[in-house]
Design a protein around this ligand. Structure first.
Ligand SMILES: *Cc1c(COP(=O)(O)O)cnc(C)c1O
Length: 431
């Protein structure tokens, strides 16, 4: 559909063409969002078309992102999209997790089934396609995590040069390893995230590099399709609640925008409520929503769930808007709660990375406080693959996992490997 970039600030609302390579409003510095400038949608026809595309062998139709291209701002350019068959992630019933979370029933939408193992792929296919549309040869991001893994893969697949800037501090090796393997030029700088982002913005301007950090509005557009696909899989029957972890809050913004568009175009008739879960040591949005005072960033965010270890979430104004529109809530959970919830999700045969498990930990709290009813229809979004962080898993199950303060996390659902003698009788006795 035809669209433009618009400043998200109510009092500004400046607009720009889609082909302007900007990341903030050039008038007021506000966040940018894509806004459709027409509304020619035949909801019934489109619903049918999207369903039919699932049986097509065309790359664009097989992508769980580009299948929904009528609600993406590419206006024909999607024919040149770079895709790795992202999306197409399952809805999984998880009775054991439901019981643990205080619910009769619970469904996970598992974004860890994506090509690079996280929901970042849903956004990155659009972000990199936008780089192609702008004629850029190089793309960059500041990240040690799933963003760099995803950007490296999509940029290389598109024949572009990916450049990853790594800030000082803990490095998540599983994810960094992906960035290296997918061919990203990786530059480590002795500065913190914000300092490097400022530096990269200058470099981007100078060298014509396209930035693919979470502020990029085209990534948000791609992440909308997580919700489009979820509702399509449910025959457009909206759940009562959609639960997700919150870090930079880009996904919260994307989910809210997707739901508003589905409502506007008549695909759904009821707005699900969003529940955003943060880690206690990195919960600036939670604290803000409690007091509704000034937004205060967390100087040193601390959590083992590295994907949500964000002290200054860029998308908080959008997230605030979406939570208000969806009558949503924010909860925070401890390191112990995340670790236990993660083990429970594992025992469902599903598994996920630590940040994703915050969803189940948060639901458990929200049903205890009767915010979510036991009989509610709930979908929780698991954001990353179980293999992203194997050290965490092994340490938890063997009772060696320590939280950022150095306190041991109790392996309440631990599963220790057992050393046995090379002797069938002794082993038989154990089994
Ligand atoms: C990026 C990421 C998050 C956080 O998403 P935001 O959009 O930054 O709130 C959560 N989980 C995983 C696995 C991620 O990669």
């Amino acid at each position: 559909m035809l669209a433009e970039l618009a400043c998200f600030e109510q009092k500004c609302h400046a607009t720009f063409p889609l082909t302007e390579a900007i990341y903030n409003c050039t008038h007021c510095g506000g966040l940018l969002e894509v806004r459709f400038t027409e509304a020619r949608i035949d909801q019934e026809l489109l619903g049918k078309l999207w369903r039919e595309r699932r049986t097509s062998n065309r790359m664009l139709d097989q992508s769980g992102v580009w299948r929904y291209r009528e609600l993406l701002p590419f206006d024909g350019f999607e024919q040149r999209a770079v895709s790795l068959r992202e999306g197409n992630t399952p809805l999984l019933d998880a009775p054991r997790a439901a019981e643990y979370g205080g619910l009769d029933r619970l469904t996970f939408k598992h974004q860890g089934y994506n090509p690079t193992g996280s929901f970042k792929d849903n956004g990155m296919t659009c972000g990199v396609t936008q780089a192609l549309r702008l004629g850029r040869k190089r793309v960059a991001c500041v990240s040690t995590g799933n963003t760099s893994a995803s950007m490296a893969a999509y940029a290389s697949a598109a024949g572009l040069d990916p450049i990853v800037f790594i800030p000082r501090g803990n490095i998540s090796y599983g994810k960094l390893a992906q960035a290296l393997e997918y061919g990203a030029r990786t530059l480590q700088i002795d500065a913190n995230f914000d300092q490097i982002l400022a530096l990269v913005r200058v470099l981007a301007e100078r060298a014509g590099i396209y930035l693919l950090n979470s502020i990029n509005p085209f990534r948000i557009e791609g992440q909308k399709t997580i919700i489009f696909e979820m509702l399509d899989q449910r025959d457009w029957n909206p759940p009562d609640w959609i639960v997700l972890p919150g870090g930079n809050l880009g996904n919260t913004s994307a989910f809210g925008k997707a739901l508003r568009e589905l409502l506007q175009f008549g695909f759904i008739h009821k707005m699900p409520r969003l529940a955003v879960i943060q880690a206690e040591g990195a919960a600036p949005f939670y604290e803000f929503m409690q007091t509704r005072g000034e937004f205060r960033s967390v100087r040193e965010p601390r959590t083992l769930a590295t994907a949500i270890r964000i002290g200054d979430p860029v998308s908080w104004p959008k997230a605030l808007y979406e939570l208000t529109e969806s009558n949503g809530v924010v909860e925070k959970v401890s390191e112990q709660e995340i670790a236990d919830a993660k083990a429970i999700i594992g025992r469902c045969g599903i598994g996920c990375e630590p940040a994703s498990a915050a969803t189940l930990a948060g639901m458990r709290k929200l049903t205890h406080s009767s915010v979510i009813r036991r009989d509610a229809d709930v979908v929780a979004v698991l954001t990353g693959n179980v293999l992203k962080d194997p050290d965490y898993i092994y340490q938890y199950h063997t009772g060696q996992l320590k939280d950022p303060e150095g306190r041991l996390i109790e392996p309440r659902f631990g599963n220790q490997p057992v050393v046995v003698p090379n002797d069938p009788d002794a082993i038989s006795k154990l089994l």
